[in-house]
Design a protein around this ligand. Sequence first.
Ligand code: ZN
Length: 107
Amino acid sequence: MFQALKEYNHVVFLVAQPTVNKLAGVADLPGKYSFIFTDNLGGRGPEVVAHEVGHNLDLKHTQGWDDYGNLEGGPKDPDNVMHPTLKEAGTLDKLRFYQWSVVNKQQ
Ligand SMILES: [Zn+2]
């Protein structure tokens, strides 16, 4: 099975009952793999998948603190798909032009 994963650019694992409290997901930045913690999505599954794959494509958080306590820069942008927290997030359906440029560099 894992041999077959080499053929894909991005692989998303869905994980129930995660040992990581409260996080909705984690991902390589940039990279191939991301993990979605299905018990922590709060009804925002598609948005979280887009967010974590965004990390795989080298997109960073728009503001706030990362999962490891490091302050990250950027404007407050609660509707942006790369907003760092579900609790304070808006629609999570926006992608800025500078982010689109980052994504296109990965192709
Ligand atoms: Zn994130």
